[in-house]
Design a protein around this ligand. Structure first.
Ligand code: NDP
Ligand code: 2IT
Length: 448
C-alpha cells in the first residue's frame, strides 16, 4: 500500500470517528477522498503537511438563535448558522439556505464543496455557507421580512464585503436578499458588496439570477462540443422548479433542447411538448404556487406525485436541480435505462454515492455540482467586483464572462482527469483541480 493510500485511509477513519452523525458532511468528504490519492502520490509534500486535516476542518462555525414573531403574534425561535470554511483564496463566499432540513451536517457539506467550487472559478473567493431551519413555505411577506431582519441582526457581527459575503440558495432569492440587505444597511450603512444576488435596483449584477442555470447548460455545451454534438432536439429531464431549474430550462431551450420535466418536493410535470417556461415562471416566480397549478392550465402536461427520477421515458440528458440526494442507485439505474448519456448537477450533491458509481460504471458523462453549478457563485464574484468598482456591467458582458468561466472549468475538469489517467471521470478532475489551488495557497500561508 502506498504512503498516500495509507494516509487517506487513516484520515478517513479519524474523520468518521470525529463527527459520526454528520451524514451529509461525511458523504461529501468520502467522495472527495475517493479521488484524491493519485494527487497525493504525485505530491508527497502535502502528506507531510497533514493537508487533509487542514482542508476538512472549517475555520469557524457560528450558530445563533433567531427569534421572530408570526402574523398571529406567536413567538417563534429558529436556528441560524454561518460556516466560515476556508479563506485561503479570498473572503468566505457562499449562499444562505432557509429550509426546515437545515442542520450543521448539511451546511458543512455545502461549505466544504463550496471551497473547491470557488477555487475552480479562478476568482478570489474562499468558501462558506449558512442558513436556517426556518421554513419559508406558507409564510406571509411580512413574516419573511421579520425573519430576515432578525437573522441579519446577528449575522451582521460576522460578515463584511472583504470578510464574508453571503448570497442565496434554497429558500433565499431576490426578495430575501433585499430584506437582509436592508437590515444590514440600517445598522452598518452602505456596503453594497456584503451580499450578492441583490435586486438590480440596488447594485445587483445583471445575469446573477440566471447564472447557475445558464452556467450548467454552458458546461454541458462544452462537453457536447467535444463529442461533436449539440443540444438540438435533445430530450432533457430537469428536476426542481426553483431558481436553478428555471434558468437551466431557459438556456437549454434557447440552445435547442426539449425539456420534458420539472418537479417540486411533492411531484413532477411531464410535458411531452416541452415545458412552457412562461407559464412555469408565472406560477413559480409571480404566483409563488405549487406545480399542480401547471397541469391544470396546460392540457398536454401530466402531473405525477413522487420523484421524477422514477419515471420511465426516453431521454438524452438529465439535470438534477433540486436538492442533495434526490437520486439514489435505483433511480440512477432508471436514468441509465431511459438512455441518458449525460448527468449534470445543477444542485449540490443531488446524486448519492451509489448513484454516482452507477453512472461511472455505465460510462455516463457525470458532471459534478461543484464544477457544473459554479456559474452562480462565479457571477456573485463578478457582482462583488462591480460593487467595488461602483460600476455595473451590461448583461452581455456578464454573460460572456460566465460562458468563458464555465468553459475553463469544464476544460480543467477534463484535462485534470486525463492527466491522472482517469478518463472522463470529471468528479476526480474537479476534486483534484479545485483542491490543488486551495492546498497550495494554504501551505504557502503557513500553519494557520
Ligand atoms: P429554490 O429554493 O429556488 O428551489 C428549490 C427547488 O428544489 C424547488 O423546486 C423545491 O421544491 C425543490 N426542493 C427543495 N428541497 C427539496 C426536497 N427535499 N425534495 C425535492 N425537491 C426539493 O433553490 P435553488 O434553485 O436556488 O437551489 C436548487 C439547488 O441548486 C440546491 O441544491 C442549491 O444548493 C443549488 N445551487 C443553487 C445556486 C444558486 O445560485 N441559487 C448555485 C449553485 C447551486 P419545493 O418548492 O417543493 O420545496
Ligand atoms: O451553492 C452555491 O454555489 C450557491 N448557492 C451560490 C453561492 C453564491 O455565493 O453565489
Amino acid at each position: 500500500m502506498s504512503r498516500a493510500t495509507e494516509f487517506v485511509q487513516q484520515f478517513q477513519k479519524e474523520v468518521h470517528q470525529k463527527d459520526p452523525n454528520q451524514t451529509e458532511f461525511l458523504q461529501a468528504i468520502d467522495e472527495f477522498l475517493s479521488t484524491i490519492t493519485p494527487f497525493l502520490e504525485k505530491h508527497p509534500e502535502y502528506v507531510e503537511k497533514n493537508i487533509l486535516s487542514l482542508v476538512t476542518e472549517p475555520e469557524r462555525l457560528i450558530q445563533f438563535r433567531v427569534p421572530w414573531q408570526d402574523d398571529a403574534g406567536n413567538w417563534k425561535i429558529n436556528r441560524g448558522y454561518r460556516i466560515q470554511f476556508n479563506s485561503a483564496l479570498g473572503p468566505y463566499k457562499g449562499g444562505l439556505r432557509f429550509h426546515p432540513s437545515v442542520n450543521l451536517s448539511i451546511l458543512k457539506f455545502l461549505a466544504f464543496e463550496q471551497v473547491f467550487k470557488n477555487s475552480l472559478t479562478g476568482l478570489p473567493i474562499g468558501g462558506g455557507k449558512g442558513g436556517s431551519d426556518f421554513d419559508p413555505k406558507g409564510k406571509s411577506d411580512a413574516e419573511i421580512m421579520r425573519f430576515c431582519q432578525s437573522f441579519m441582526t446577528e449575522l451582521i457581527k460576522y460578515i463584511g464585503p472583504d470578510t464574508d459575503v453571503p448570497a442565496g440558495d434554497i429558500g433565499v432569492g431576490g426578495r430575501e436578499i433585499g430584506y437582509l440587505y436592508g437590515a444590514y444597511k440600517r445598522i452598518k450603512q452602505y456596503d453594497a458588496g456584503v451580499l450578492t444576488g441583490k435586486p438590480l435596483d440596488f447594485w445587483g449584477s445583471q445575469g446573477r439570477t440566471e447564472a447557475t442555470g445558464y452556467g450548467v447548460a454552458y458546461f454541458v455545451k462544452e462537453l457536447l462540443h467535444d463529442l461533436n454534438d449539440d443540444f438540438t432536439n435533445k430530450r432533457v429531464f430537469v428536476s426542481g422548479s426553483g431558481n436553478v431549474a428555471i434558468y437551466a430550462i431557459e438556456k437549454l431551450q434557447e440552445l435547442g433542447a426539449k425539456v420534458i420535466t420539472c418537479s417540486d418536493s411533492d411531484g413532477f410535470i411531464y410535458d411531452d411538448e416541452g415545458i412552457d417556461l412562461t407559464l412555469l415562471k408565472d406560477i413559480k416566480e409571480v404566483q409563488r404556487e405549487r406545480l399542480t397549478a401547471y397541469a391544470k392550465i396546460k392540457s398536454t402536461a401530466q402531473y405525477h406525485e413522487g420523484s421524477v427520477w422514477d419515471f420511465a421515458t426516453k431521454a438524452d440528458l438529465a439535470f438534477p436541480c433540486a436538492t442533495q440526494n434526490e437520486i439514489n442507485q435505483k433511480q440512477a439505474e432508471q436514468i441509465v435505462k431511459n438512455g441518458v448519456k449525460v448527468v449534470a448537477e445543477g444542485a449540490n450533491m443531488p446524486c448519492n454515492a451509489e448513484a454516482v458509481d452507477c453512472f461511472l460504471e455505465n460510462a455516463i458523462y457525470y458532471c459534478p455540482g461543484k464544477a457544473a453549478n459554479a456559474g452562480g457563485v462565479a457571477v456573485s464574484a463578478l457582482e462583488m467586483a462591480q460593487n467595488s468598482q461602483r460600476l455595473s456591467w451590461t448583461k452581455e458582458e456578464v454573460n460572456e464572462k460566465l460562458e468563458k468561466i464555465m468553459r475553463t472549468i469544464y476544460r480543467s475538469c477534463r484535462d485534470t482527469a486525463k492527466e491522472y489517467g482517469a478518463g472522463n471521470n470529471f468528479m476526480l478532475g474537479a476534486n483534484i483541480a479545485g483542491f490543488e489551488k486551495v492546498a497550495k495557497a494554504m501551505i504557502a500561508q503557513g500553519l494557520v
